[in-house]
Ligand binder design. Structure first.
Ligand code: NAI
Length: 338
């Protein structure tokens, strides 16, 4: 589905490639699940990103419609749509970055783990495609439960012989975005001035905000610490309940996904000092995967930072987080191995 059928795909891609070569940095980005609640606003925001020269929108439904719509935006990226499994190869070939928000979201009363059965299979299929068509691409995995889908993706890539731990990134930026917002509210600051590291994983108690390391330096009462930690951990549920069965966070998630994808692209471009929190293969704890601050570079997550000094409250939180995370990681690994 070229965005302009009259013009033909060849010339459009040539144009996009030219732009990429002509000094202006241009990366090729695919969104898998692009017609969904997250996928659509994410596609719109990526079409606005000047670092993107080609944007591939893949879904099993409605990809042509979303593509036609987005393609009318007068920004640089050339948009192409891909519908259904038979077009997955075309969607993935040549991509630098693949963002995956495909899969079902939560309804009230569900945990992220309740999504495992359906989303695990979707992630497996999509990652098999990535291993085949763009094994060097950076992968931003949004589909829940992230604590299990990242290990699933790693196992798929290992099986295919293409696994590069630096390039498989579980998106936890929404936890950071929420933490910045809620902490700014308590401190009476502009959220843009606040930086909260959030480590661990992306579900309930595995989401561990490090309030002792907030920038600008500040302190919280015990009551504030407990309120903020709980609100950050339950941020997703807050949205699921407010939407009353119509899904989970989509708009704030698209914003957070673009913030992270943009950091990945800046890293790919070679910018210095690009740092973000993400769920990644890690030696920071005894677990094989853990979210913490990483430095993003030309080859992905090039450096995984240690957690830094934790206070007593955070040390207790860390133990709880690790216990649940270990189970979720194992569940993902077993899904592929057994
Ligand atoms: P949605 O149901 O609105 O959209 C999902 C899209 O995926 C649909 O368009 C659907 O057709 C598509 N899809 C299903 N199977 C597919 C396949 N095999 N290949 C390609 N596309 C496929 O759901 P929404 O709200 O966009 O959420 C998507 C996922 O993101 C969910 O798993 C949700 O739990 C997760 N999520 C993750 C967050 C995070 O912080 N990492 C935050 C919020 C949601």
């Amino acid at each position: 589905y070229p965005s302009n059928p009259q013009m033909g795909e060849g010339s459009m891609l040539e144009r996009a490639n030219c732009r990429a070569k002509g000094g202006a940095p241009g990366f090729k980005v695919a969104i898998l699940g692009a017609a969904g609640g997250i996928g659509q606003p994410l596609a719109m925001l990526m079409k606005m990103n000047p670092l993107v020269s080609v944007l591939h929108l893949y879904d099993v439904v409605n990809a042509p419609g979303v593509t036609a719509d987005i393609s009318h935006m007068d920004t640089g990226a050339v948009v192409r749509g891909f519908l259904g499994q038979s077009q997955l190869e075309g969607a993935l070939t040549g991509m630098d970055l693949v963002i995956i928000p495909a899969g079902i979201p939560r309804k009230p009363g569900m945990t992220r783990d309740d999504l495992f059965k359906i989303n695990a299979g979707i992630v497996r299929t999509l990652c098999e495609g990535i291993a085949k068509c763009c094994p060097n691409a950076i992968v931003n995995l949004i589909s829940n439960p992230v604590n299990s889908t990242v290990p699933i993706a790693a196992e798929v890539f290992k099986k295919a012989g293409t696994y590069d731990p630096k390039k498989l990134l579980g998106v936890t930026s929404l936890d950071v975005v929420r933490a910045n917002t809620f902490v700014a509210e308590v401190l009476g600051l502009d959220p843009r001035e606040v930086e909260v590291p959030v480590v661990g994983g992306h579900a309930g108690v595995t989401i561990l905000p490090l309030l002792s390391q907030v920038k600008p330096p500040c302190s919280f009462t015990q009551e504030e610490t407990e309120y903020l930690t709980k609100r950050i951990q339950d941020g997703g549920t807050e949205v699921v309940e407010a939407k009353k069965g119509a899904g989970s966070a989509t708009l704030s998630m698209a914003y957070a996904a673009v913030k992270f994808a943009d950091a990945c692209l800046k890293g790919l471009r070679g910018d210095a000092g690009v740092v973000a929190c993400v769920f990644v293969a890690s030696q920071v704890t005894e677990l094989p995967f853990f979210a913490s601050k990483v430095r993003l570079g030309r080859t992905g997550a090039e450096e995984v930072y240690q957690l830094g000094p934790l206070n007593e409250y955070e040390r207790i939180g860390l133990e709880k987080a690790k216990k649940e995370l270990a189970e979720s990681i194992q569940k993902g690994i077993s899904f592929i191995r057994n």
